[in-house]
Design a binder for this molecule. Structure first.
Ligand code: GLN
Length: 196
């Protein structure tokens, strides 16, 4: 199985390590900087970083439109943190949409830096549907504040949705690549496998 980690910015190496920690057999992991390479992958990860910068860099490489096309065609894409922001269709406050181009692949509204300044970064135990208990690492994390019917909430912190799934797409407001637990990456790989 060929998995690509979009490598324009952010926690790329950590995602590569996390994919290997799953122990999945016959796994080829590639860093992705070009549209042609992205198209050869069975599944893609869009890491965290800074969403405005990532969107700009994706546009510069032509990957922005390619990711949009692939996501619409059913390719499995997992976006974490800034990647979750980019998968959204709407941002609140709305003026944030002026700064950051969105892929608009998932029917959800995201609030950037939703957990406030004082607790910009925190870690917490949580329960994820179909994955189980997980130690979540949140770094200036967004929250999914509203979702359409096709979108399913998989994890919550209080009233905020922090992980959601819509068909082939997965959005996480936290950083699963920064823990030793490979269960979310395994869930992603199983999802990719199901499309092959
Ligand atoms: N707050 C950042 C943004 O909105 C995301 C932070 C992260 O990816 N750790 O771009």
């Amino acid at each position: 199985m060929r998995i690509g980690v979009v490598a324009v910015q952010g926690s790329v190496e950590e995602h590569i390590q996390a994919l290997h920690r799953t122990g999945w057999k016959e796994l080829d992991v590639h860093t992705i900087l070009h549209p042609e390479r992205a198209r050869e992958m069975d599944g893609l990860i869009l890491p965290g970083g800074e969403s405005t910068a990532i969107a700009r860099l994706l546009k510069g490489t032509g990957l922005f439109q390619t990711l949009k096309d692939l996501g619409q065609d059913g390719k499995v894409i997992m976006g974490t943190c800034a990647g979750c922001v980019l998968l959204a269709s709407r941002l609140r406050p709305e003026k944030d949409e002026e700064k950051t181009s969105l892929l608009r692949l998932m029917d959800m509204t995201v609030s950037r830096n939703a957990f406030g300044r004082q607790s910009q970064s925190f870690e917490t135990e949580m329960e994820i549907e179909d994955v189980g208990a997980f130690h979540g690492v949140f770094i200036r994390a967004p929250a999914i504040i509203d979702m359409g019917e096709g979108c399913r909430a998989m994890a919550m912190i209080g009233k905020e949705v922090v992980m959601a799934e819509q068909q082939n797409l997965l959005a996480l407001s936290f950083h699963p690549e920064l823990t030793d637990d490979p269960s979310i990456h395994r869930y992603f790989l199983e999802k990719v496998q199901a499309t092959l």
